[in-house]
Write a protein that binds this ligand. Structure first.
Ligand SMILES: Nc1ncnc2c1ncn2[C@@H]1O[C@H](COP(=O)(O)OS(=O)(=O)O)[C@@H](OP(=O)(O)O)[C@H]1O
Length: 914
C-alpha cells in the first residue's frame, strides 16, 4: 500500500463539513447575539434641595415696567466711548463682553494722552462714556478733563466708572478729588442690597445677600452718602452696621456731570447686574428696553445615545411633569425634541420602552428634525442630504410626530456656518426649513458675541450652551465638580446667558434627562434663581416667532458677515474636503477707488509686476468683483456653486425623485447605498465663489489684488472686508473731488441717453448739483455724484476696521503724470522686489495718458477710461469747490495730523478757499 502525504478525500470531506458547521454555529451564537443583554442598573433620580430665595416672603414693591426711567441726552449718536486701562484687563474684557452682548455700538480705546474726537459737525459722537479706572479719570491732564467734562455737560452724557482698592495703601478713608464724596477702601461687607434707584431695570429692588466669601480679602470700595446730590444704587453694610454705597450715582449737582461710580469690579453678580442696569439707564428708552426673556430648551438627538445612558419611561414621565411645572415660571413652556429616526429603539429593553413612550406622548412636545443619522452635512452633497432628510421625514410621518414648525438643527451645527449651500437647499426642499440655530456664528467664542443672520431664506439664530452635553450626564461625575453647575446657575454663566439675551435657545441632550436627571434640576433651579433676583419675565415662543422678533430687534444682523473659515480651527474642521486652506485664495490688497480716480490704470500698471496677480475678469460688473457691500455679497461666498447646483437640480429632478422612492423601499440597505452615494459626492462640489476669483494665487510670494472702485464709499464694505480679510492692505486714490465728480457725471450723462428717467437729456451737472428737494430722483444722483469725494467721512469708517498703516494713499495727479514713480513706491510698501516700471509704461500722445508697453506694443485702457470731453466751466468748478470745501479742509487736517503727504491739488483747494 502506498501511503500518500495527503489525506484521503473521503476523510477530508466530512471534516470540511464539520468545520463549516462549527463556523456557522459560532457566527450564529457568538457574534450575533440571540437576545439583548439585560438592562444595566440605573442611577436613581437625585434628591436634592432646590434653591430657595432668601427673601421669598419679603414684601418688595412690584416692578412696573411703565415706571422705568431712562437718562435723557442731548443730540448724540447712540454710541458708547469706552476708555480702558488696557485692552487686556480682566474688568475691561467683562465690560466689552457686556456691551457686545447688548449689541450697543461702542468704541473701545486704551487710555492715552489724547482724547478721541468727541463731536462731529452736528452732534456728539457718544451718549455714554465708560472709564474703566476712575483714578485715571480724576488724574487726567487738565485740558483733557476740561474737554471731557464740557462735552458731558453740553450733551448731558453720563460717565460710568470703576474704582478699586489699593491693598498696600494704609489710608482707609479718602476724599475724592474735586467732589464732596468720601470713600472707604479695603472694606468687607456683610449685606449687599439693591437700593431703590431709578437706574435699576433688571435687578429686583430690595434684594439682598451676604456676598462675603470667607477666604476673599476685604477689598470693597464703599462711598459715604453725603447729601441728596448723590444716590446709592447698591448698598453694603459694614461690620459696625453702617450702610454705605457700593455703587453711587452722582446726580451732577456739583459740577454738571452725572456719574455712576462702582466701588467693585464685575466679578460679583449683583454688581454685574447693576452695571447692566446702568448701561440701559444711560442708553435705553422705554421702547428699546425689554424685560421679557424667551427661553427655548432643545433636547437634541432624543433617540441618540449608548445603551445604558438613555431615557426610560419613568424619565419621560418626569420630563412631562417638569414641563408642566416649568410653565409656572416660563409662560407656555414646551420642550423641543430633535430626532434622527435611525436611532429609535436602539437601547436596552427599558430604554426602548422609553423611546416608545416618547412617541406615544409625541403631541405633548414640539418636534424638530436632525438628519436620519448623526450625519455631518459638510461631507455630503445635495442628493445624499435630501435622501436622508426624506428618510427622517418618513419616520416622523410613520410615528405621527408633530413637526409643527419649519425649524431644524444640523448635527453638531455642521453646515450652518460656514454655510454648506447644499444643506440649506436640501432643508428647504424637504422640510421647508426657515429657522435654525448655531453656536458658531461668527465664532464659538465668546458666547456674548454670538449673532444671527439670514441666508438663502433661512433665519439662523444664535444658540447657547448650558453645560449639558452628552458627556455631562450625572451630578456626581460632572467635570470639575457639581459646584460648577451651582455657580453657573446662581449668578454665573447660565444665569447671565438668560439676562443678556432676549432669546436664549439652549442645546441639551437626552442623556441629561436620564438617570439622575441633571437637566431638570438645572432648569428648575435656574428659573427659581432668576425669579428671586430679577424683574425679568420668562416666556416660551415657537422658533419662527423668535426669528421674526430677533431680526426685527436686530435688523443690522440680517446680512451675514462672512469670515475666513481657515482662521478658525472649529470652522476649518467642518469645511468640505475640496476646500484647501493651504492654498491662498483671498486677496491681500484691495484697491478701493473711489470711482473715477484712475483705479483701473493703477491696477493695470500694478499687474505688470511679475509678483502681482489680479482677480479674474468678471463680466457684467466692469471687470470688478464688487463683492463687499454689494448684491454679490448677499449670495454668500458660494454663490456660483449654488447656481451650478440649481441647474443640476432641474436636470436631475426626475433622477432624485426616483432615488427618494428607492430609499423608501430599500431602507434596510441604506448603509450600502450611503457608501455608494458618498463615493459620488464630490461630483457637484465646488469652491467658494469669492475665493474662486483668485485662481492664480497658488503661491504665497505673490500679491493678489482686487480692484473694485465701488468699495470706498460703500458703508457696509469696511466691516465686511475686515471680517474676511482683516490683514489686507488697502489703496485709496485721492483725486480732486470736483474733478472726480465731473468725470463721474460724464458716465451718468452717457448712460442717460439710454435711461432718460435717471437723468433727462440736457440736465447739466450744475442743475443736478443745485437740486434742493431731497425727495426728488435728482437728489439721489446728486448724492451719488459727490459721495466718493467726501474722503474723511468714508475713511473714518475704514479706519474703524483697519489701521492707518494698512492704507496707502495715492495722489491721482501723480498717478496720471508719473505712474512709474507711484508704482515704485507702492511696490516698496508691499515689500515686493523692485521692478523697472518706467521701461514698461509709456505715454501715448494720441490717448493723452500713460499706457502699458507689452512686447513692444502700447496697450492703453479702453475707450471708457481717459475719455475726451469739454473742460469744466468756471461756474461749475466754483459750485463743486463750494460743495467740497468742508470735506477738503477735513482731509487736509487729517493728512497733516497723520503726517501724510498732502497732494498739490488739496494744498491749492484749501489755500484757494482760505
Ligand atoms: N493711464 C490712464 N489711462 C486712462 N485713464 C486714466 C489713466 N490715468 C488716470 N486715468 C483716469 O482714470 C479715470 C477713470 O478712473 P477709474 O478707472 O477709477 O474709473 S472707474 O471708477 O473704475 O470706472 C479716467 O477718467 P476720465 O478721464 O473721466 O475717463 C482718467 O482721467
Amino acid at each position: 500500500m502506498i501511503i500518500t502525504p495527503y489525506l484521503n478525500p473521503r476523510l477530508t470531506r466530512p471534516l470540511k463539513w464539520l468545520l463549516a458547521i462549527l463556523i456557522v454555529y459560532y457566527i450564529c451564537f457568538s457574534v450575533i447575539p440571540t437576545s439583548r443583554p439585560p438592562p444595566k442598573p440605573r442611577k436613581p433620580p437625585k434628591t436634592m434641595e432646590n434653591y430657595t430665595c432668601p427673601f421669598e416672603n419679603s414684601n418688595f414693591v412690584d416692578f412696573d415696567p411703565e415706571k422705568m426711567e431712562f437718562h435723557q441726552k442731548n443730540a448724540t449718536d447712540s454710541k458708547i466711548l469706552v476708555i480702558l486701562d488696557s485692552l487686556f484687563s480682566r474688568n475691561g474684557k467683562s465690560i466689552i463682553q457686556m456691551l457686545n452682548s447688548q449689541k450697543f455700538a461702542f468704541k473701545a480705546e486704551a487710555v492715552s494722552k489724547n482724547l478721541p474726537v468727541l463731536t462731529n459737525s452736528r452732534k456728539g459722537r457718544y451718549s455714554l462714556i465708560i472709564i474703566e479706572n476712575y483714578y485715571k479719570y480724576l488724574n487726567m491732564a487738565k485740558w483733557n478733563r476740561q474737554l471731557l467734562d464740557k462735552y458731558c455737560k453740553e450733551y448731558k452724557v453720563p460717565v460710568i466708572s470703576f474704582i478699586s482698592s489699593k491693598p498696600e495703601d494704609h489710608l482707609k478713608r479718602i476724599k475724592i478729588k474735586g467732589s464732596s464724596l468720601w470713600m472707604w477702601q479695603n472694606q468687607r461687607i456683610y449685606n449687599l442690597t439693591v437700593s431703590p434707584s431709578p437706574i435699576h431695570k433688571i435687578s429686583r429692588i430690595g434684594a439682598y445677600r451676604n456676598p462675603n466669601v470667607p477666604s476673599s480679602p476685604p477689598d470693597w470700595v464703599l462711598f459715604e452718602i453725603p447729601s441728596k446730590n448723590f444716590e446709592p444704587v447698591l448698598t453694603g453694610t459694614v461690620r459696625n452696621g453702617y450702610e454705605r454705597a457700593v455703587v453711587i450715582r452722582d446726580k451732577g449737582a456739583e459740577d454738571g456731570v452725572e456719574r455712576v461710580i462702582f466701588g467693585r469690579n464685575l466679578t460679583d453678580f449683583q454688581v454685574k447686574m447693576c452695571f447692566l442696569d446702568a448701561i440701559w439707564w444711560a442708553m435705553g428708552t422705554k421702547e428699546t428696553f425689554q424685560s421679557d426673556r424667551y427661553v427655548q430648551v432643545d433636547i437634541d438627538d432624543i433617540f441618540v445615545g449608548a445603551q445604558g445612558t438613555r431615557i426610560v419611561e419613568e424619565d419621560v414621565r418626569h420630563l412631562l411633569e417638569s414641563q408642566k411645572s416649568f410653565r409656572k415660571s416660563v409662560e407656555n413652556f414646551k420642550f423641543m425634541l430633535g430626532f434622527s429616526g435611525s436611532y429609535f429603539r436602539n437601547g436596552d429593553d427599558l430604554e426602548d420602552r422609553g423611546d416608545e413612550f416618547l412617541v406615544e406622548s409625541a403631541k405633548e412636545f414640539v418636534w424638530f428634525p436632525h438628519m436620519w443619522r448623526h450625519n455631518h452635512a459638510h461631507e455630503h452633497n445635495f442628493t445624499y442630504l435630501e435622501a436622508i432628510m426624506v428618510q427622517n421625514r418618513i419616520f416622523a410621518q410613520n410615528m405621527h410626530l408633530p413637526v409643527d414648525y419649519p425649524y431644524a438643527i444640523a448635527p453638531q451645527h455642521d453646515g450652518v456656518f460656514p454655510v454648506h449651500e447644499e444643506m440649506f437647499e436640501a432643508w428647504k426642499k424637504v422640510w421647508n426649513v426657515s429657522v435654525t440655530a448655531t453656536e458658531e456664528y461668527p465664532h464659538f467664542k465668546p458666547p456674548t458675541a454670538r449673532k444671527g443672520f439670514i441666508h438663502n431664506g433661512i433665519h439662523v439664530l444664535p444658540r447657547q450652551t448650558c453645560g449639558l452635553y452628552t458627556h455631562t450626564q450625572l451630578f456626581d461625575e460632572y467635570p470639575e465638580g457639581f459646584e460648577k453647575v451651582i455657580k453657573s446657575i446662581q449668578g454665573g454663566d447660565l444665569f447671565f446667558t438668560i439676562l443678556l439675551n432676549p432669546i436664549s435657545i439652549f442645546m441639551t441632550h437626552q442623556q441629561n434627562y436620564a438617570h439622575d436627571r441633571l437637566a431638570l434640576y438645572t432648569f428648575e433651579n435656574l428659573f427659581r434663581f432668576l425669579k428671586c433676583w430679577t424683574n425679568i419675565r420668562l416666556k416660551w415662543q415657537d422658533p419662527i416667532s423668535s426669528a421674526e422678533m430677533y431680526f426685527r430687534k436686530f435688523p443690522e444682523e440680517r446680512v451675514p458677515v462672512w469670515t475666513n473659515p481657515c482662521t478658525d480651527p472649529r470652522h476649518q474642521a467642518i469645511l468640505p474636503p475640496s476646500y484647501n486652506c493651504s492654498r491662498k485664495s483671498l486677496p491681500d490688497l484691495l484697491i478701493l477707488g473711489p470711482q473715477k480716480t484712475g483705479s483701473t490704470a493703477l491696477g493695470s500698471f500694478l499687474s505688470l509686476h511679475p509678483n502681482v496677480s489680479q482677480n479674474v475678469p468678471v463680466p457684467g460688473s466692469f471687470e470688478e468683483v464688487q463683492f463687499f457691500g454689494g448684491q454679490n455679497y448677499l449670495k454668500g461666498v458660494q454663490w456660483e456653486n449654488l447656481q451650478k447646483l440649481k441647474k443640476k437640480s432641474t436636470k436631475n429632478e426626475q433622477k432624485r425623485r426616483s432615488l427618494a422612492t428607492f430609499w423608501r423601499i430599500f431602507t434596510r440597505f441604506r448603509l450600502i447605498l450611503c457608501h455608494f452615494l458618498s463615493k459620488n459626492r464630490l461630483k457637484i462640489r465646488s469652491n467658494f465663489r469669492y475665493m474662486s476669483n483668485f485662481p492664480n494665487s497658488t503661491t504665497f510670494t505673490t500679491v493678489v489684488y482686487e480692484k473694485s472702485a465701488t468699495y470706498f464709499d460703500n458703508s457696509a464694505a469696511p466691516k465686511q472686508a475686515a471680517a474676511l480679510i482683516p490683514r489686507a492692505k488697502l489703496i485709496v486714490i485721492l483725486q480732486n473731488p470736483s474733478q472726480r465728480a465731473y468725470s463721474w457725471y460724464q458716465v451718468r450723462h452717457l448712460l442717460a441717453h439710454k435711461d432718460p428717467t435717471v437723468i433727462s437729456e440736457g440736465s447739466s451737472l450744475l442743475s443736478i448739483l443745485s437740486t434742493n428737494s431731497t425727495t426728488s430722483p435728482m437728489w439721489k444722483i446728486r448724492q451719488r455724484c459727490i459721495s466718493g469725494g467726501k474722503y474723511v467721512q468714508h475713511l473714518d469708517k475704514w479706519l474703524e476696521h483697519y489701521s492707518l498703516q494698512q492704507i496707502y494713499f495715492v495722489d491721482a495727479d501723480e498717478l496720471r503724470n508719473e505712474p512709474a514713480k507711484v508704482l515704485t513706491s507702492i511696490t516698496k510698501w508691499l515689500d515686493l522686489p523692485d521692478f523697472p516700471f518706467e521701461t514698461h509704461i509709456r505715454f501715448s500722445p494720441s490717448k493723452g495718458f500713460h499706457c502699458r508697453l507689452i512686447d513692444g506694443k502700447t496697450l492703453c485702457l479702453g475707450g471708457s477710461k481717459g475719455r475726451k470731453y469739454d473742460e469744466m466751466d468756471s461756474e461749475l468748478r466754483e459750485k463743486l469747490n463750494e460743495i467740497f470745501e468742508m470735506d477738503n479742509s477735513a482731509l487736509y487736517k487729517f493728512l497733516k495730523k497723520m503726517r501724510l503727504k498732502i497732494p498739490d491739488w488739496l494744498q491749492e483747494a484749501v489755500r484757494g478757499r482760505a
